[in-house]
Design a binder for this molecule. Sequence first.
Ligand code: TIU
Length: 225
Amino acid sequence: MNPDPTTTIEAEPYPFAFQPAACALLIIDMQRDFLEPGGFGEMLGNDVSQLRRTIGPNRRLLAAWRAAGLQVLHTREGHRPDLTDLPPAKRVRGRAKSCIGDPGPMGRILVRGEAGHDIIPELYPLPTEPVIDKPGKGAFFATDLHAILQNRGITQLIVTGVTTEVCVNTTVREANDRGYDCLVPADCVGSYFPEFQEMGLKMIKAQGGIFGWVCDSANVLAVLN
Ligand code: TIU
């Protein structure tokens, strides 16, 4: 079902003027290594339950979005198997025992083609949905995302995924500078740190929506159903 082209989505700091044909759902880094118990994220001491609560809301939003026939893109953070696209600074940052490219619980950590790098089965992309493999935190850096969105006439993004203050915030800021309007459903983004979840969302919607809008996914579902 196609929503009314003039419809608005209730959001903060003010309603989002939703243009379905020009709006894509961009799901950031819902990868096994970040979300699954026993993965790289948990290995680093993080509480993956903080991210796993986003799976249900993302599933419901993705199902409704697909049913409405709207565009979906997915991203994965990771690197080439030969690590030629991995900045040495990123590899050694954190001084962890295991670095990107090392053997991890689900294959080599954040390396493309490894099990842990792939998207969780609950949100697995359809063959028709572009998957953007990105070497950085932002989805626009060193990827063809901007070209794909421009070719498809996309000017608005609903951004979901993990983590709120890292890859979601970086992507929203990159999108903002490239002229996209971004709406972030709070229950569809997650952080290992509750205080960063709260502030990461406040930073987006502050100052009259300096980077975009924030809502609950129920408000998006309300205009899709
Ligand atoms: N996808 C994403 O946010 N990557 C990260 O590295 N997140 C962390 O919080 N570490």
